[in-house]
Design a protein around this ligand. Structure first.
Ligand SMILES: Nc1ncnc2c1ncn2[C@@H]1O[C@H](COP(=O)(O)OP(=O)(O)OP(=O)(O)O)[C@@H](O)[C@H]1O
Ligand SMILES: [Mg+2]
Length: 253
């Protein structure tokens, strides 16, 4: 089957879906960091992220968080609802790490007094700068109501996922989510889009604080594939057939 390629990003490809208003999201093994200055391949990542994101989005739907996810199609692809992506990355932090630890000279791993939500503009040319609500509304990237909705949803995602991860011995240090606008009979609602995976979350082992996410790639810590596999295994979504399957089918053109 030939499908129209709508968009190729750094980690995923979007194809035209089988019905209007749908897309097929294909998960690649490609990894980038530091605004794509660092590039690499994490073998099997696409297969694992497809499964992990499916699992987490389905769980979130169960607790009333609307998402773009429809169903998984195969090892590397999932059917999603096409949305108008709001060009803001919403970051929720529970523990100091990454840029927050750097900016405020906090020791990585310090529990924050409360969860902190940040907004970053999705703009590669500008290096995804930190922005405030003022910037977001003044420049028209989202309305005040949209920001409120994103904030409420992001906090619910944080509460729910923090508990889910803790149940399998994982600490949700921080994560990034994207939202999109979905129109249904004249009504607009904001839904969770993109992916939730070790590419977009910091996840540490509760006992050892071992990093089980993309920081292993960013910081050349090694055992990157194994870390993603460990997250999938703990969540109970490791593909049955084992490592052979992780290579998965090649991207269709
Ligand atoms: N349901 C959806 N409808 C439309 N676009 C989506 C949906 N979910 C995710 N996207 C967009 O699809 C792309 C996924 O590809 P990928 O994550 O590889 O992009 P990227 O290289 O990170 O680039 P970007 O800076 O655009 O996020 C992103 O641009 C994301 O915003
Ligand atoms: Mg992306």
């Amino acid at each position: 089957m030939r499908r129209r390629r709508i968009y190729e990003g750094k980690a995923k490809v979007l194809f035209e879906g089988p019905e209007p208003g749908t897309l097929v999201q294909y998960f690649k093994d490609d990894a980038t960091a530091f605004n794509a200055q660092k590039k690499g391949v994490i073998t099997g990542k696409g297969v694992l992220n497809n499964r992990i994101s499916e699992y987490l989005m389905l769980k979130l739907e169960e607790v009333g968080v609307p998402t773009h996810f429809v169903r998984r199609l195969n090892m590397r692809e999932q059917l999603i609802r096409e949305v108008e992506i709001i060009p803001i990355e919403v970051v929720v932090r529970n523990v100091a790490a990454g840029s927050l630890a750097q900016r405020f000279k906090l020791e990585e791993g310090t529990r924050l007094p409360r969860s902190i939500v940040e907004y970053y503009l999705k703009n590669d040319e500008l290096g995804d700068p930190l922005v405030t609500e003022e910037h977001i509304t003044a420049f028209g990237w989202a309305a005040t109501q949209d920001i409120d909705d994103m904030l409420q949803l992001a906090l619910r995602v944080n509460d729910f996922l923090s508990g889910l991860f803790l149940g399998v011995g994982l600490k949700l240090v921080d994560f990034k989510v994207e939202f999109g606008r979905l129109w249904e009979d004249e009504q607009m609602r904001i839904v969770l889009a993109d992916e939730i995976s070790p590419d977009s979350c910091r996840i540490w082992d509760v006992q050892t604080n071992e990093k089980l996410d993309k920081d292993r790639f960013r910081r050349d810590l090694g055992n990157v594939e194994q870390a993603y596999q460990e997250v999938a295994r703990r969540l109970g979504v490791l593909p049955e057939a084992g490592p052979m399957d992780l290579k998965g089918p090649k991207a269709m053109q």
